[in-house]
Design a protein around this ligand. Structure first.
Ligand code: PLP
Length: 456
């Protein structure tokens, strides 16, 4: 039985809200899961039930759901200077310090920071800055972006165009900017019969080069990719993929953009995804674990070369005609700074690297489950893909029904995870302990067993 407060909240939610990534009619029938508080790796619903947040919210809450230092940093900044902007040369200390800190924490080549409120805005900013830059360089035809099928870069008009998932295009008239989606680097799903991972990688790179040549390198501005794809189903590319992409970008004078909105700050077991895979981006995008999502914030980092061209053009035009009311928001940047300090002081990136094996190996034991086609991941990010037929890798029809059922069983077992079609994604807070990992594995194991019984 629901208590009366949660009953009235649920009714009000059904009456007034349109939820993101939700079937609105199903929501009217089923109502919300109302989360009321958090403690460490746990969140609690309005009925008092405890869950391990196996996706760290939306791949984002590195320090867990009850870090007082972030709340105190926010309160201090609220009292001192709750808002100021960064237009027309205005600045404030948290924005200055966080930009300095990000330059210190990212690969050496990245020297400048532009702040936005969200990852989508950050990727829209990337598109606009790249266009601005190529206009400045007198090559207005060099505007196309290369992205990948299953890549996720957000949902605004430009970032949603970069995203390579049908659900983000269908019904929205996207893509609406010039973008070409290259093949997805997922060998298990897209490798041809008998094709080794190395052969698959070589084919993808060959196809990428053919696409660049067919489009005309003089029209291709940038390649954007997540080092490990997140929302597309946690896809770790084959060895040699990123060095091959980097080489193509250098060969054809194409900017390389690393979207590290999920990958950043230790998620993959390395500090940055680009460091894990050994490539050097011209532009890097970060968000989510930047503030542990306690405040909305994202950042675009760029090399000096990119910055210098843009800076010259602002002098020519008189300004940079781009910026958000919340760009570098003082409370968000103060929380970001404190969050990064906590991540460093507690060595949470090291924790992710140390727990990689128990987490990944434990999940791989689920390959025995009759529904499980593939278990994949790296560091503290992973996915379990369920299929109707393991031999042929045939997906369930309709896609997503089994995934939704499995996620519901996991929630009943006290574990929140994300169903992406019939793939279950896990990405726990970086503060997890080995014992927490053990509990995640137990609960996931029970959920998968129940799903297998249900699907029989
Ligand atoms: N880029 C990546 C890799 C993401 O995973 C996301 C969000 O999940 C975004 C961009 C968009 O960020 P936001 O939801 O803050 O707009």
């Amino acid at each position: 039985m629901m208590n009366s407060l949660s009953n009235s909240l649920a009714a009000a939610d059904i009456a007034h809200s349109l939820h993101p990534y939700t079937n609105a009619r199903a929501h009217e029938r089923n109502g919300p899961l109302i989360i009321t508080r958090g403690q460490g790796v746990h969140v609690y619903d309005s009925e008092g039930r405890e869950y391990i947040e196996g996706l760290a919210g939306l791949w984002s809450v590195a320090v867990g759901f009850s870090e007082p230092r972030l709340a105190e940093a926010a309160a201090r900044q609220m009292a001192e200077l709750p808002y100021y902007h960064t237009f027309a040369g205005k600045a404030h200390e948290p924005q200055i310090r966080l930009a300095e800190k990000l330059v210190e924490m990212t690969p050496e080549a990245l020297t400048r920071v532009f702040f936005t409120n969200s990852g989508s805005e950050a990727n829209d900013t990337v598109v606009k800055l790249v266009w601005f830059m190529n206009n400045a360089l007198g090559r207005p035809q060099k505007k196309k972006f290369l992205s990948r099928i299953k890549g996720y870069h957000g949902i605004t008009i430009a970032s949603g165009s970069l995203t390579g998932l049908p659900v983000n295009h269908k019904g929205f008239d996207l893509p609406a900017i010039p973008v070409v989606h290259l093949g997805c680097p997922h060998h298990w799903r897209f490798g041809a019969e008998g094709e080794s991972e190395a052969e698959f990688c070589a084919r993808l790179l060959r196809e990428a080069e053919e696409t660049i040549l067919a489009e005309g390198p003089e029209t291709v501005a940038a390649f954007i990719g997540e080092p490990v794809m997140g929302a597309g189903g946690v896809i770790v590319p084959p060895d040699g993929y990123w060095s091959g992409i980097e080489a193509l970008c250098r060969k054809y004078d194409i900017l390389l953009v690393s979207d590290e909105v999920i990958n950043g700050f230790g998620r993959t077991g390395a500090r940055w995804g680009c460091e894990k895979f050994g490539f050097t981006p011209d532009i890097l995008v970060t968000s989510k674990q930047l503030t542990s999502s306690y405040m909305p914030l994202a950042a675009v980092l760029m090399t000096d070369k990119v910055y210098q061209t843009i800076a010259d053009h602002t002098e020519t035009l008189g300004t940079l005609g781009h910026g958000f009311t919340g760009s570098g928001h003082p409370v968000a940047t103060a929380v970001g700074l404190e969050n990064l300090t906590v991540i460093e002081e507690r060595d949470l990136m090291g924790n992710a690297a140390r727990l990689e094996r128990p987490f990944q190996d434990g999940l791989r034991a689920f390959r025995d489950n009759p529904l499980v086609g593939e278990v994949r991941g790296t560091g503290l990010i992973a996915a379990i893909e369920m299929v109707a037929d393991r031999a042929t890798k045939r997906s369930f029809e309709p896609l997503g029904k089994v995934g939704a059922r499995a996620a519901a069983f996991a929630a009943e077992e006290g574990l929140l995870c994300r169903a992406l079609g019939d793939t279950l994604a896990l990405c726990p807070p970086l503060i997890v302990t080995e014992a927490d990992v053990g509990r995640i594995l137990e609960r996931m194991g029970r959920a998968l067993d129940r799903t297998a019984d249900w699907a029989r």
